[in-house]
Ligand binder design. Sequence first.
Ligand SMILES: [Zn+2]
Length: 224
Amino acid sequence: MSVALEACPALVLNADFRPLSYFPLSLWPWQEAVKAIVADRVNVVSVYERTVRSPSWEIRLPSVISLKDYIPAARRPAFTRFNVFLRDRFSCQYCGDTLPSHDLTFDHVVPRSRGGRTTWGNVVTACAPCNLRKGSRMPDTCGMHPLHKPYRPTNWELQENGRAFPPHHLHHSWRDFLAYAEVKPRGEAPRPGKLLQRPVRRRDDDGFPSDMTSTDYWTIELDS
Ligand SMILES: [Zn+2]
């Protein structure tokens, strides 16, 4: 039985063999990965059983690739909707509920109508009901204060937060490059290089969840 090509994304590692991103996990569709191999921009670290053929060549689809040129992390994370949610660990900063990203919105702590700006220091993750309840009132007026004071995070903090969200599907060849802690006690960093949670599903032939790949939506910088 042949595995669907869509179920064969490649885990993309930086030149230091760390994932470019934990959440969403840095995955390229097979077409992108093959293009990068042909362009000699990546090394193939591990492959799927699945092959693709053209009249003149045949290639095993890569399951893990590493960039030949190291991409240094930006010193400061981009101010995006996704990164705001990641900083707040996908939980509403008013009621504390953790929700899927499509059920979250963001709230200006000091409302825009009161001069509040769209900045790291004034924007928090909120669920729609809390966002509606707060409306354009000041925190003291409505008694709604964010659980954590909003701040500009570092890339390291976002990366650590991202590790708290292991994807549902992990191909076995990815394990050596990912470090997801099963239970992450507060304040204790997961041991690097060791996957504590074994993937539940190891088969490659089930549909690949599309929500694991990043979309343009998440990378659009918010207006400040
Ligand atoms: Zn809420």
